[in-house]
Design a protein. Structure first.
Length: 689
């Protein structure tokens, strides 16, 4: 049974429905979900009418409330069958946005007061938390997103009890359960993820120098598992925090190194009532306990998610665990066991090869030897019988000489006649080889043994052609061909220009015709350029310099840049394409600025930070406005990156005091090149959509 309440229009209608397969899935750090089904018969008719948005569903066994998200009615015989999914009412935090913004150092209580402001939510802080100093600001966003930001900054976990938010450093208790495979749990499955491993972190703290961008504090941390006997050195992302001390930075780096795999365990059957060794099993989400597999290995795990059936006592549900830390001893045991299994496999394979070789030798040694007989009139006598050949024809036949080990138990060398032709007798050797192949010995090389097929492939490999030297290093054959084609194009273009000049001297062209032929109007800025002249002037220089001179704007390096704001920052950090050579390149910065009439003076700035791995450099693209100004255009600036640039740290568009009607800034862009070619999204954005 479930209780429904319609909150639309303030009517507050309530009813109950008879539901089947009522399941609640609880996940650490996420909203709980409710799933159920019911038949829209006469008893549930009112409930079927209340399957509308914002309806609240209360599950009486747990007392938790959910809002309907998906309702899927399917006709079945006389009545419809509804399948319904609902999310916990904690999701109501996403119904409101806050415009206030806090800066500098704040308490958790003050920040939480902002999160629940104007909502039905209350909160309870169950531990002590130090104040937090925000590097930029806190606020201006959806309430649920601000709650998640606080959880990351203040390092706490939280869960919802209807409209009450419980906040603690860690949810759950330790030693809450003991599950043993084959006893009170069944079908343990394990999933190990190694993609997040890091063993080395480097970071910077303090206020960076405005000119050089260098941070006054730096530190690094190397995990004990960074040795070659374990994971090796795996870099994590460089960490920065302007509000940390040296000691705080070192502590943060140690916490951020992820030197263990993420391991997830899932159970299909759990007997919650069967307690073992004094453990009173409590599998609430967040609790810590122990899991023992059928090999007797105990692993400390934490309940990440569980699905319960509160109205079905026969269905115990399922649990998903995650590891708290990864014990390297477990990994070493796994590696050693794998090595031992590999040794056993090698010995088994060697025995199989030897057995096959012995069988082949025995088959060859026991083969029948055929000798021609002049005529069928000849007779062959054996121990037990006399075989008399008829004399219907005189075609030669073969007599077979028996070996010592023969199924007829006749003396070695006994000859018998076979009713078949000579070809069949000759084919016995091929049949033996086909049925029992002889394995060849592998070819030794510097790394061990190589099969005959691999040895043949290696012998047939052709030597690679050496690259063509050039001034900046080595040039591939394809690049050399492209360069030759480019030089030929330049020569042809110059011949055409010389001919045009000759025609002009003979009076066949007007004075301005040659200039008009070379002129092009740019779609980007509306200006006219003599493209042919610029191209030929560039080609008079070295080929590499010519390419640089012809450089124009290219791909937008920002992902998800089709955004707009009138107050907030447009900040890009993780969503910047980095797989380009940035050393000494031209980079064109741009953003769109619109305002009908400025009521206050100020500026909008696009700030880009680049790094060589140690030091940082800032670049700015800024548009200033005075009171009364109107502006509707792209703001652009081309900069030259340092020759040791390794990556772009961030790009941030922000407002410095401008207010006015129809004010917004949008569509930032970073293009490799010295000319702005208009805003366009990154190709990856098209793929995403």
């Amino acid at each position: 049974m479930l209780q429904l309440k319609n909150t639309n229009g303030g009517y507050g209608d309530e009813t109950a429905i008879r539901a089947d397969n009522v399941a609640i899935t609880q996940t650490l750090g996420s909203l709980s979900t409710l799933q159920f089904s019911f038949v829209a018969d006469e008893m549930n008719a009112v409930g079927a009418d209340m399957m509308v948005p914002r309806t609240i569903i209360t599950e009486p066994e747990t007392g938790q409330m959910f809002r309907i998200v998906i309702s899927n009615p399917v006709p079945s015989n006389k009545y419809r069958v509804y399948t319904v999914t609902a999310n916990h009412v904690g999701g109501d935090l996403h119904d409101i946005q806050h415009e206030e913004r806090y800066t500098k150092t704040q308490t958790l209580k003050k920040c939480m007061d902002l999160v629940v402001k104007g909502t039905d939510f209350k909160y309870k802080i169950e531990d002590d938390f130090s104040n937090y100093s925000f590097s930029e600001s806190f606020g201006t966003g959806y309430a649920d997103e601000l709650l998640q930001q606080l959880a990351n900054d203040f390092k706490f976990e939280y869960y919802f009890d209807n409209y009450t938010i419980h906040i603690a450093k860690s949810i759950g208790k330790t030693g809450a359960f003991l599950f043993v495979d084959g006893n009170n749990v069944e079908k343990i499955s394990v999933n190990e993820d190694y993609s997040t491993l890091t063993t080395y972190m480097k970071g910077y703290a303090g206020k960076p120098d405005e000119k050089t961008g260098v941070y006054p504090i730096s530190a690094s941390y190397t995990s004990p598992l960074a040795s070659q006997n374990h994971w090796g050195t795996i870099w994590g992302d460089i960490y920065t925090n302007e509000n940390m001390t040296k000691r705080g930075l070192e502590k943060a780096l140690k916490e951020k190194v992820h030197d263990y795999p993420d391991v997830q365990y899932s159970l299909e059957y759990v007997n919650f009532s069967k307690n073992l060794q004094g453990f009173k099993n409590d599998s609430s989400v967040g609790n810590y306990g122990y899991l023992r597999d059928r090999y007797g290995i105990d692993v400390q795990v934490r309940v990440q998610s569980r699905t319960i059936y509160p109205q079905d006592s026969k269905n115990s549900g399922s649990i998903t665990f995650g590891n708290t830390t990864f014990d390297p001893i477990v990994l070493q045991n796994q590696l050693r066991k794998g090595w031992q299994d590999n040794v056993k496999l090698g010995k088994t394979l060697k025995r199989s090869v030897n057995d096959a070789s012995d069988k082949a030798i025995r088959a060859w040694n026991s083969r029948l030897v055929a000798q021609p007989v002049v005529s069928r009139s000849a007779s062959v006598v054996s121990r037990s019988a006399m075989v008399q050949a008829n004399d219907e024809d005189d075609e030669p036949v073969y007599a077979l000489t028996l070996p010592a080990d023969n199924p007829l138990e006749l003396p070695e060398g006994t000859q018998i006649l076979v009713e078949t032709d000579a070809k069949a007798v000759k084919g016995l050797e091929r049949a033996i080889q086909k049925g029992q192949p002889i394995y060849g010995i592998a070819t030794p090389d510097s790394n061990g043994l190589m099969s005959a097929d691999d040895k043949s492939k290696l012998d047939n490999l052709k030597e690679y052609q050496l690259a063509t030297p050039k001034t900046s290093g080595l040039m591939s054959k394809d690049d050399k061909a492209k360069l030759d084609s480019l030089n030929a194009e330049v020569t042809q273009a110059r011949i055409g220009v010389d001919g045009a000049k000759h025609d002009t001297l003979n009076g066949r062209l007007d004075d301005n015709e040659l200039e008009v032929q070379g002129a092009r109007v740019s779609q980007a800025d509306g200006k006219t350029y003599n493209v042919l002249k610029d191209r030929l002037d560039a080609m008079d220089k070295k080929p590499q310099q010519a390419v640089d001179d012809l450089e124009i704007g290219g791909t937008n390096l920002l992902l998800g840049s089709d955004v707009q704001s009138s107050d907030n920052h447009l900040l890009f950090k993780q969503n910047i394409i980095q797989n380009f050579n940035l050393k000494g390149k031209h980079l064109t910065l741009s953003f769109k600025l619109d305002i009908s009439k400025a009521s206050s003076a100020g500026a909008v700035t696009l700030k880009v930070i680049v790094s060589n791995g140690t030091n940082r450099t800032n670049f700015y693209c800024k548009q200033k406005l005075n009171v009364g100004d109107e502006f509707h255009d792209y703001v652009t600036k081309t900069v030259t990156l340092p020759t040791d640039t390794r990556n772009i740290i961030s790009a941030n568009v922000y407002n410095e005091g401008i207010q006015g009607s129809n004010f917004s800034f949008s569509r930032p862009s970073l293009q490799l090149g010295d000319k702005f070619t208009g805003w366009r999204p990154n190709p990856a954005d098209f793929h995403h959509h």
